[in-house]
Design a binder for this molecule. Sequence first.
Ligand SMILES: Nc1ncnc2c1ncn2[C@@H]1O[C@H](COP(=O)(O)OP(=O)(O)O[C@H]2O[C@H](CO)[C@@H](O)[C@H](O)[C@H]2O)[C@@H](O)[C@H]1O
Ligand SMILES: OC[C@H]1O[C@H](O[C@H]2[C@H](O)[C@@H](O)[C@@H](O[C@H]3[C@H](O)[C@@H](O)[C@@H](O)O[C@@H]3CO)O[C@@H]2CO)[C@H](O)[C@@H](O)[C@@H]1O
Length: 640
Amino acid sequence: MATPSAVGAACLLLARAAWPAAVGDRARPRRLQRVLRRRCVAELSREGPAPRPLPPALLAPPLVPGFLAPPAEPTGEPASTPPPVPDAGLGDLGLEPEGIAEGSIDNTVVVASEQDSEIVVGKEQARAKVTQSIVFVTGEASPYAKSGGLGDVCGSLPVALAARGHRVMVVMPRYLNGTSDKNYANAFYTEKHIRIPCFGGEHEVTFFHEYRDSVDWVFVDHPSYHRPGNLYGDKFGAFGDNQFRYTLLCYAACEAPLILELGGYIYGQNCMFVVNDWHASLVPVLLAAKYRPYGVYKDSRSILVIHNLAHQGVEPASTYPDLGLPPEWYGALEWVFPEWARRHALDKGEAVNFLKGAVVTADRIVTVSKGYSWEVTTAEGGQGLNELLSSRKSVLNGIVNGIDINDWNPATDKCIPCHYSVDDLSGKAKCKGALQKELGLPIRPDVPLIGFIGRLDYQKGIDLIQLIIPDLMREDVQFVMLGSGDPELEDWMRSTESIFKDKFRGWVGFSVPVSHRITAGCDILLMPSRFEPCGLNQLYAMQYGTVPVVHATGGLRDTVENFNPFGENGEQGTGWAFAPLTTENMLWTLRTAISTYREHKSSWEGLMKRGMSKDFTWDHAAEQYEQIFQWAFIDRPYVM
Ligand SMILES: Nc1ncnc2c1ncn2[C@@H]1O[C@H](COP(=O)(O)OP(=O)(O)O[C@H]2O[C@H](CO)[C@@H](O)[C@H](O)[C@H]2O)[C@@H](O)[C@H]1O
Ligand SMILES: OC[C@H]1O[C@H](O[C@H]2[C@H](O)[C@@H](O)[C@@H](O[C@H]3[C@H](O)[C@@H](O)[C@@H](O)O[C@@H]3CO)O[C@@H]2CO)[C@H](O)[C@@H](O)[C@@H]1O
């Protein structure tokens, strides 16, 4: 069997022999590059006797595929990338193969044609024109572990891409905290382990794997992922070793495609890394600093997906040596706090910033809505990274998230008591009654029931809800809030419930089934977020005929169309998007929604039905991601 290390070494040797002066030199003729790649692929897929262990010289510096893994035991099975496939033309982009950067053609695994289409739930499943090996790296993915919208997206976008024909792996931690453990029950130990050189030692991580919904779910296992609390912290705040935990994740994610034989084949060196938020942001830095200079992953690309610029993974500059990166790469992560944010006169504000590292080194950047892709380039929305993000505008795009309609569909939802659809809304009224009963509120079909679901965080504008509650509670309404996070806000929810017993419920905690029942049972969903990169709850609400009232920011502005009773073709819109974000504005808009609900029943039904008829499935977004993948492969990869 050709071990991954041997394969990598073979590639390296072939490359060095053919172009000794400059491995990775972009001036190298493309034809030769292709020949080299084919020879490497031939090495990768050759069946034969187990190679001898690599000479130590090849492992120092240890930058061949699988360099962190001990030599594999020969199994007699071939470890290779999937069988070679024909070159794909990028006809859609109007480009000839010669105009495409290295890697873009050989990265293609399968070319699907119209005839490849499958029938999925009565609808033709669209297939990608060019398929890739895609590696998602994330701190969370539903249903394994979720703290918010990042988990939803990383649990469903990979499945959507796999359904379109891509080979998809998701790499995330194997969190064991007493409550989520059962979610990993079908993930099995791969017998692969690596030792990661960082934080003053070598740290062994192992890999677990589950193949589900045509996706390879890979779970990185390490004791630091096994502790009570939520994913990133506990009641005392964020875990103090998060930088360490996600450094391990990033190293492991770089190794996984090289060493894990999933379904009999490794993913290999031609991957599209999709790195999500700061937890995964070291991946493009590692690719550029520790792999590409040695000829590994030259044909891979990386995309940073920013779900929330508020979390950047910033730690003191003194931690840089812990990361195991070469000293000359400090600049990529270097971050200096503005003076106003420093703690004392002698504080120089020097820090390392994981997300910044990816903004610098990723080949392309995607935000989760178009509106947010502009906001992050402004001083108001850029959270200190606006100038840097502006400098990368040419590779910055926004793609609005989709939703998983297998999970979020009022016609089939397992968490709600009655089902309904745009053609028969009667079940929604029953869901409302059942929710009122469950919460111990008066069961009144006529009263407008307003909901809020979300992390109790400054981002979500809960302090503004606090300010309007006394006025809102004077109206004949009911209000239910589901959330967890800031302990002060949790206490406020509890005390508000005790004051307005017949009108207000504060459900403190994290419960996915309850979030479904609130989405289905409410008439109105309130989202006064200060900023919202995309927002999923307003999409779920519209899908469930619950009318959103949102602050017109980021993805909320992109997805909620303001109600217009005098549109050209009659009434238009799916909700209310107000701005600026003031308590007066929010209260005024809520009152408008409430009176529409009470006094204009047919307009209300129109609002519900237009929302329910919108297509929020992932397919459209997945297609846009594919376009970004193609652009990424046209450009050269990042090198210092
Ligand atoms: N207490 C609770 N119980 C049960 N479920 C709860 C819950 N609190 C929150 N949730 C769930 O968590 C998800 C929240 O998703 P959002 O996209 O609205 O916000 P979030 O800020 O977490 O995500 C970030 O990433 C996503 C994904 O890109 C962006 O849409 C968003 O703008 C960005 O801030 C929803 O599925 C919601 O139902
Ligand atoms: O899916 C929900 C969000 O999950 C992520 O945000 C988490 C963030 O990445 C973690 O670092 C942590 O944030 C803590 C932060 O680091 C710390 O300085 C302090 O401000 O407390 C924060 C809360 O503990 O938890 C976040 C989730 O609460 C993801 O990055 C976001 O995009 C998602 O919106």
